[in-house]
Ligand binder design. Structure first.
Ligand SMILES: *Cc1c(COP(=O)(O)O)cnc(C)c1O
Length: 398
């Protein structure tokens, strides 16, 4: 057999060929649609943080390889943020690692902590890089499906307990959860923590939406629960909190042995990244509480605007307690409009029907049928853009 007669993409990655985001963004362009598919803000973050990046560039800070673990200013700011917000104390020198966004933190953690054949439990629907990174690490993913219940997607704790086997190495948690907007409650997190301690599991927790929680919801880091700090890798990012998704500045906080393991993989992925931006993010993390409160209030108003519009258009809306996504059920639109409840077909038709692009949640599931009727809209867009989207979507209601 010659090297070209077998598929070029290896078996671990073959199932992840193309992403729906490329197809949907192309469709948005071709039809002049409003793109509420991909989740990035259409307004940049605070001016003073941008200026801090410019200053760092001009002053020659971070233009050459920064230190492997991240610049000390940022590591100190991350530690101070965890302490100030959550009372979690981490040593900036040994328990904080700066990464190329949360994406690299997830990849490095899984590559470092998994042996081939280890099972990883993650909530389905998942953020799209989880499945691919588990596969690259040679792990086996074990999905536990979040199911709709009284207006939100909930975790079945019995199902979670039943998913743990002797081969389970790690729980991969995400709260606030993309795409469902679920924020795990104190009771749910307590049960997860008890299970992790009882079965001696490692936990990787993706908390990139920690500052985007609404109404009565509260973000509680898993590392704050009894027995958890020592077994938990917590992942944060500046992208979502400060609306600089292009800067790719993320971080890991964990006990030093876990940070050392994650760094062992990270050093051979990017080694380092985002030099000058690291200094700017250090300043961003020290912004006064009013920044975080205003950011949340702005996103809350946007959530309510889009949620009301989607209800008016005829969708069932799962009002998110966190993140900047709304998951909807298309079936109340009727069999014809909702393409028999097929989210893929619906999202392919929506640009022509209404001039709006959304993402079918089924792409985030292993059990595609469980996600079939759900469709995700992002609301991290300017108010005028959301108003126009709502006006267009009203045409669905006839
Ligand atoms: C956006 C996102 C990420 C990636 O964050 P970056 O810092 O841009 O790499 C990771 N996890 C979730 C759940 C996300 O929504």
């Amino acid at each position: 057999m010659t090297s070209t007669s077998r598929p070029l993409l290896n078996r671990r990655l073959a199932e992840f060929g193309t992403t729906i985001f490329a197809e949907m963004s192309a469709l948005a362009l071709r039809t002049g649609s409003i793109n509420l598919g991909q989740g990035f803000p259409d307004t940049d973050g605070p001016e003073e943080v941008r200026e801090a990046a410019v200053r760092a560039l001009r002053d020659g800070r971070g233009n050459q390889y920064p230190p492997g673990p991240g610049v000390p200013e940022l590591r100190t700011a991350v530690a101070a943020h965890q302490e100030r917000r959550y009372g979690l104390s981490y040593d900036p020198d040994t328990e904080v690692l700066v990464t190329a966004g949360a994406t690299e933190a997830i990849a490095a953690a899984l590559l470092a902590l998994l042996e081939p054949g280890d099972e990883v439990i993650a909530f389905e629907p998942y953020y799209d890089s989880y499945a691919a990174c588990i596969a690259m690490a040679g792990g086996t993913r074990v999905p536990v499906t979040l199911r709709p219940s009284e207006g939100s997607f909930r975790l079945d704790l019995d199902e979670l307990r039943a998913a743990v086997t002797d081969r389970t190495r790690l729980l991969l948690i995400n709260t606030p959860h993309n795409p469902t907007g679920t924020v795990l409650t104190r009771e749910e997190l307590t049960a997860i923590a008890e299970l992790a301690v009882e079965r001696d599991l490692l936990v990787v927790t993706d908390e990139v939406y920690e500052h985007l929680v609404f109404d009565d919801a509260e973000h509680l880091p898993l590392a704050t629960f009894p027995g958890m700090r020592e077994r938990t890798v917590t992942i944060g990012s500046a992208g979502k909190t400060f609306s600089f998704t292009g800067w790719k500045v993320g971080w890991v906080t964990a006990p030093s042995a876990l940070v050392t393991a994650v760094r062992s993989a990270k050093q051979f992925l990017t080694y380092v990244s985002s030099g000058p931006f690291q200094y700017a993010v250090a300043e961003a993390l020290a912004l006064p509480d009013s920044y975080f409160a205003d950011f949340r209030a702005d996103m809350l108003a946007k959530r309510d605007l889009l949620a009301a519009g989607l209800v008016e258009a005829g969708f069932e809306v799962f009002k998110p307690a966190g993140t900047y996504f709304i998951t909807t059920d298309i079936r109340p639109l009727g069999a014809a409009l909702s393409k028999e409840g097929d989210g893929f077909a619906f999202c392919r038709a929506l640009p022509e029907l209404a001039g709006v692009v959304a993402i079918p949640n089924a792409v985030f599931y292993d059990h595609r049928e469980a996600g079939a009727p759900f469709v995700r809209f992002a609301f991290c867009k300017q108010t005028g853009v959301l108003e126009e989207a709502v006006r267009r979507l009203k045409s669905l209601a006839g």
